[in-house]
Structure formats: structure tokens, C-alpha cells
Design a protein around this ligand. Structure first.
Ligand SMILES: NC(=O)C1=CN([C@@H]2O[C@H](COP(=O)(O)OP(=O)(O)OC[C@H]3O[C@@H](n4cnc5c(N)ncnc54)[C@H](O)[C@@H]3O)[C@@H](O)[C@H]2O)C=CC1
Ligand SMILES: CC(=O)[C@H](N)C(=O)O
Length: 373
């Protein structure tokens, strides 16, 4: 297939080019009973010996989505394979299951979650479970349960067991009355989606638990994240991943947003790097507990033009989805992340050209492998 051959060549050419710091006063404790349920006793990670002062013991919730597997890979490189437990309510693919500890964890099951934290001596928790913007609008009761009730469970367990807690927020935590170009850290936040409302709630609850109970809560507002080896889970920014797959597969892409819809975006490696960096930042460096992070900002038209440098035959048509368009029109066009850059040295590596080169380098070689088999 000529498209794929060109991709590999073009891509390789372009490629050359702790401390909490806050005394815990009172911890919100729910009715605590003895939990009879045990984590599988033959799980390999129970037998691991490690020095607690060396490495955190990490749990990732909602880890089988677009971002969790990549995060686990990064954290395992840093802290050791067996110190990072991936969890979700879905069944992991073989390669994920055999790459390190995996466990079932439903964040709506408070006792089960607490038991996992205790039995595995968890010290850091990355809370990734969520329903994203588009799927959240399609099922508001479930989004409310997972994104709000689930968060309450996680917050209480984190406070009770003195965990360092990371909860991602999003550009979706802003709304039509927020300044959109650029959007600063502190401004009006009146989102119009259940996803956005739940994320503002998460930011405020996490900060409240920090000041009230000394919880070491850390939060980054992510832009739309673009990745090659994982699929997005039902957001408004998903088009920016799909265009690469469709360009390679069929040379045709139908976009559900208007060509001029500008949104902040980021390559997954930058997103995960920022997540680790903010978790490792000394508490005294953090003047805030919730930071915007930014890398690039583009429209579907900008992205299509960049993709067409690799796939000149790509045909892009627009068939606007009113729900997703209304969401995108209420979100930031550009993100001001100067506080993150100042406080803990945030710096992105990927702008639009590097992002597109990297995506095609990854997907192009993948397609060639698939073809050869
Ligand atoms: N991917 C993106 O562009 C962005 C993501 N974020 C945030 O980052 C986090 C991770 O995002 P993605 O990986 O893209 O999400 P995703 O939608 O791909 O994955 C979410 C995961 O949560 C799991 N989940 C659902 N209900 C659950 C429950 N009751 N208990 C445990 N797990 C449950 C799902 O099975 C799924 O694997 C989310 O909190 C999201 O809001 C923020 C901004 C941008
Ligand atoms: C930006 C996000 O939070 C997510 N990708 C979505 O589009 O819902």
C-alpha cells in the first residue's frame, strides 16, 4: 500500500531532524469494619521485597484506558515493575496482564478499594477512572457515579491511609464563560458537561482535603491527549487520534468538529512525563494543587494539513456532531500553563510537527509489521 510505504520513509526522515509538608490533623474516616475480601494470595507482587524509603508503592485506577497502560510502563521503569499495580474493571489484554501486576478494582466498591490499598501497602495512587466528555453526556447517571461517587471513595481512602494522590482534570473543567484564549489556572469555571462539572468538583474536593486534612493531593488539567498505541475512551478530542488511523487505513477521514475548532492538545509522552514530574516535585515547590499543562493548540484543519504531508491523498470531510461541537466550543482554545513552568519546571517536548512525525513513525511501522504477518 503506497500510503504506508511513504509514511515510514517520511517519518524516519523527519525524525532525524516527599514529603507532604502538611501535618495531618483530622482524617475523614468512614464506618470502618474488617473487610473479609482478600486480594488473590498467589499474586506475584505480594512476595516482592523492596525498601519503602526507595520507592513508592503505586496503584493506578482505571488503568486500561487510553492513558493508564503508558503510565504504568513509565512508572515501572522508574520504581520497579512490581511496585506499580494497574487496575480496572475490564479484562486486560495478554500483553498488559503479563507486563506487571494487574488487579480488579471497582472504584465504586469502597471496601474492596480500601483492602487493595492496605494489603499492597500502597503509598501513591493515580486515579484515572472516569467517563469522558462525550460518553458522559450519553450516560449522565453513570458518569455522576463513577466521576463523583468514585472520587469520594478514592479521596477518603487516600486521606485515611496518608497516600499521595494524583487526580487528572481537563480542559473540560472550563466552560463558555471562562476566558478561552488563553485560559489561566484561576478563572471562572462553569462547565456545561457532567464530565466538566465532576472534574471541577474533583479539583475543589482534592484541594479542600489538602487544606482540611493534609491530603497530598496533586492535579493537572490535561489537554486532549494523542497516542498511537492506545485508543481514546469517548471524548470530544478523539478525532485527533482517529485521523491518523483513518489516513493509514483508507485515506479518508470524516471529522465531527468544524475545521476551525481550536483546542489544546498534547502527545501522550509529554502528558505522562508531566504527571510523574508533578508527583515527584517537592511539596514546597507547589504554590497550587491544580495546574494547567499545555503543549500545542490546533484546529482539525491545521492537523489535516500536517497529516497530508505524510498522506497527500488524504481526503477530509466534515460532518459536524452538534453535541461534540457544542462541547468543544465551550472549552479553552489555548491553555496558560505558566504556573506549572515556573513552579516545577514543566516543559513540553512535542509540538505539532513532532507529534505527527512520531505518530506516523509508530503507526507506519506497526502497519508494515501487520502486513508482513
Ligand atoms: N485522554 C484524554 O485526552 C484526557 C484524559 N483525562 C483524564 O485522564 C484520566 C484517564 O483518561 P483515559 O485513559 O483517556 O480514560 P479512558 O476513558 O480511556 O479510561 C477510563 C478507564 O476507567 C475505567 N472505569 C470506568 N468505570 C470504572 C469503575 N467503576 N472502576 C474502575 N475503573 C473504571 C474504564 O474501564 C476505563 O478503562 C481520566 O480521569 C480522564 O478524565 C483528562 C484530560 C484529557
Ligand atoms: C480533553 C478531555 O478531557 C477528553 N479527551 C475529552 O475529550 O473528553
Amino acid at each position: 500500500m503506497p500510503i504506508i510505504r511513504n509514511l515510514g520513509r517520511a517519518a524516519s526522515q523527519l525524525l532525524q531532524s516527599s514529603g507532604c509538608g502538611c501535618g495531618v490533623s483530622l482524617v475523614p474516616v468512614r464506618a470502618i469494619g474488617v473487610s473479609p475480601r482478600q486480594v488473590a494470595s498467589d499474586a506475584s507482587f505480594h512476595s516482592v521485597t523492596f525498601s519503602e524509603s526507595d520507592h513508592p508503592r503505586v496503584l493506578i485506577t482505571g488503568g486500561l484506558g487510553q492513558l493508564g497502560v503508558g503510565l504504568a510502563k513509565l512508572l515501572r521503569k522508574r520504581f520497579g515493575k512490581n511496585n506499580v499495580i494497574l487496575s480496572d474493571i475490564r479484562k486486560p489484554a495478554d500483553n498488559v496482564f503479563y507486563s506487571g501486576p494487574f488487579i480488579f478494582a471497582d472504584i465504586l466498591d469502597y471496601k474492596n478499594l480500601r483492602e487493595i490499598v492496605v494489603n499492597n501497602r500502597i503509598t501513591w495512587l493515580f486515579h484515572y477512572s472516569a467517563l469522558l466528555s462525550a460518553v458522559g453526556e450519553a450516560n449522565v447517571p453513570l458518569a455522576r457515579a463513577v466521576n463523583i461517587t468514585g472520587l469520594h471513595n478514592v479521596l477518603d481512602i487516600a486521606a485515611e491511609h496518608n497516600l499521595r494522590l494524583f487526580v487528572p482534570s481537563t480542559i473540560g473543567a472550563f466552560g463558555p464563560t471562562s476566558p478561552r484564549d488563553p485560559t489561566p489556572d484561576l478563572c471562572i469555571q462553569r462547565p456545561r458537561t457532567i464530565y466538566g462539572v465532576s472534574k471541577v468538583h474533583a479539583e475543589l474536593m482534592g484541594e479542600y482535603y489538602h487544606y482540611r486534612y493534609g491530603l497530598d493531593f496533586r492535579c493537572l488539567r490535561y489537554p486532549g491527549i494523542i497516542s498511537a498505541d492506545s485508543q481514546p475512551g469517548g471524548g470530544t478530542t478523539d478525532y485527533a487520534v482517529q485521523i491518523f488511523h483513518d489516513a493509514i487505513k483508507s485515506g479518508k477521514f470524516k471529522c465531527y468538529l468544524r475545521p476551525d475548532t481550536r483546542l489544546p492538545m498534547m502527545y501522550i509522552d509529554d502528558c505522562l512525563k508531566a504527571t510523574l514530574e508533578v508527583m515527584e516535585a517537592p511539596a514546597e515547590a507547589l504554590t497550587m494543587r491544580t495546574y494547567n499543562i499545555n503543549a500545542m493548540s490546533f484546529t482539525p484543519e491545521d492537523l489535516a494539513q500536517e497529516v497530508q504531508k505524510y498522506v497527500p491523498e488524504l481526503q477530509v470531510t466534515y460532518n459536524v456532531d452538534q453535541v461534540k461541537q457544542a462541547i468543544a466550543d465551550s472549552w479553552p482554545m489555548n491553555f496558560d500553563d505558566s504556573n506549572a513552568r515556573r513552579d516545577w519546571g514543566w516543559k513540553h517536548d512535542y509540538d505539532l510537527p513532532e507529534l505527527v512525525t512520531t505518530m506516523f513513525s509508530y503507526l507506519g511501522s506497526d502497519s508494515r509489521i501487520a502486513q508482513a504477518n
